[in-house]
Design a binder for this molecule. Structure first.
Ligand SMILES: Nc1ncnc2c1ncn2[C@@H]1O[C@H](COP(=O)(O)OP(=O)(O)OP(=O)(O)O)[C@@H](O)[C@H]1O
Ligand SMILES: [Mg+2]
Length: 430
């Protein structure tokens, strides 16, 4: 059962991660990555416990309880009916406990998410926090959030602690009723004594499985809340990667009255007309906030257009498979984005399978050959988290290699198309 639980959880983790990887940037604008991470680190293990541990105990204890109830009914049906009419009475307090516990579990899990988000953000921006004397403020915000989490956990532990004794009390009340009723019945009909004894013995045997079931019940409820949070993530619609395959551009990329509206209603583009013939080198120049990045977000399928049309050799962009359009583009993000592997690892993202000679050629084009060759391990030098072991300018250079064959430079341009393959670059020079 535990192996099965582990397998289910591994599949769930993978499914959720695949879901996240398919989400457009707008999805992450509404959420904090720390909060999403807490679902993987905290919620998945809670569900894991419910599935792996509690489920097996539920089956074992549930079967025992069922068998003992049948035994009691067979011993004396009347006594059984009388005694176990108290059972429905237990449903009310149990349901109330369950509701409160679920509420507290949801609040504590949300609070843990907020705590993770806060910590991740402060640590990521630690140089700024330290430079501006923000450490005491960071610590007091942490204390505030941690205090909230601690309070929720205390409430949750109190409820869990109170749950088992309540169920046990109800059980004892049931047995006491049997004894009372039985004693009266036996005084009227002494032959019943033997059956009463067997009945009480069978009812007492119920104690252990009921106790163990109620012990894991609260954990199962917490697991259920965690599962709800995970399923909410799984239910997020991800844009499907479907449509016709985009071929390399042969004629032109045409934008007709292209509009873009962000989730908050702000307009990124208000009717752009532009024709880019295949192979042409076109620079998009405009004031900050003019909409250059927005335009590339639409071309890359990160943002849906809210009006107008983009035609790729005459075919509307929305009819093309987004991943096949992306495969025709080389995009250099305005903000340098490096992964915490080596220089090679980062370069290969642009063209998996490129040879060392091609990588050095790409580095030459990006004016990065000199500094990479001075690194102790050259191409195999780790760049640190988000390129933290490189200088600000150096960080941008391996990044520009998303289009290694392009060769176009021009540090004064913000956005342009690659002449060689008609691909789009949205590039901020160092
Ligand atoms: N995620 C977003 N949510 C809401 N509005 C946005 C978002 N991103 C951009 N905008 C708004 O859309 C407009 C166009 O932004 P965009 O990023 O395309 O400008 P840009 O031309 O690339 O500017 P820059 O040269 O500064 O990079 C701006 O008014 C901006 O505030
Ligand atoms: Mg921009």
């Amino acid at each position: 059962m535990q192996r099965l639980g582990q397998r289910v959880m591994a599949d769930l983790r993978r499914f959720l991660y695949a879901r996240l990887l398919a989400q457009p940037p707008a999805f992450f604008e509404r959420r904090h990555s720390g909060e999403l991470l807490s679902r993987f680190t905290a919620d998945v293990p809670l569900v894991e416990f419910s599935v792996a541990q509690a489920l097996s105990s539920y089956i074992k204890d549930g079967l025992q309880i069922l068998a003992l109830l049948v035994t009691c009914a067979l011993i004396d049906a009347k006594l059984f009916l009388f005694t176990f009419v108290v059972m429905p009475a237990t449903v009310v307090p149990v349901a109330r406990f369950a509701r409160s516990l679920k509420k507290v579990a949801l609040r504590s899990q949300t609070s843990l998410g907020a705590l993770t988000s806060l910590t991740a953000e402060q640590l990521q921006n630690l140089p700024v926090v330290q430079a501006y004397g923000g450490v005491p403020r960071a610590l007091s915000r942490f204390d505030e959030e941690a205090g909230r989490y601690f309070g929720e956990m205390r409430r949750s532990l109190f409820l869990r602690g109170a749950f088992s004794p309540t169920v046990e009390m109800l059980g004892i009340a049931g047995v006491a009723l049997v004894v009372m009723w039985g004693a009266r019945a036996v005084s009227a009909e002494p032959a019943l004594a033997g059956r009463l004894l067997s009945f009480v013995a069978a009812s007492l045997l119920l104690y252990q499985p009921v106790k163990s079931l109620s012990g894991t019940f609260s954990q199962v409820l917490t697991g259920l809340v965690a599962a709800e949070r995970l399923f909410a993530l799984a239910d997020e619609p991800a844009p499907p990667d479907e449509g016709r395959e985009a071929e390399p551009l042969k004629q032109a990329l045409v934008l007709e009255g292209l509009r873009a509206t962000y989730l908050d209603g702000r307009e990124g583009l208000r009717g752009v007309d532009l024709t880019v013939p295949a192979g042409a080198r076109v620079a998009l120049v405009g004031a900050s906030g003019a909409g250059k990045t927005t335009l590339f977000s639409i071309l890359l399928g990160f943002l849906p257009s809210s009006g107008g049309e983009v035609r790729w050799d005459g075919v509307p962009l929305r009819e093309l498979k987004p991943s096949s359009v992306r495969a025709q583009m080389a995009w250099v993000s305005q903000e340098p984005m490096l992964f915490s592997g080596t220089v090679r690892h980062n370069l290969l993202l642009g063209r998996p399978g490129a040879s060392d000679a091609e990588l050095w050629e790409a580095l030459t084009l990006a004016h990065a050959r000199d500094f990479v060759s001075t690194l102790p391990a050259g191409l195999d030098e780790p760049v640190g988290e988000r390129g933290s072991r490189l200088s600000g300018g150096q960080r941008q250079r391996p990044d520009t290699q998303a289009c290694p064959g392009c060769g176009t430079q021009g540090h004064d341009l913000d956005a342009r198309f690659c002449k060689r393959c008609g691909t789009a670059l949205d590039w901020k020079g160092p």
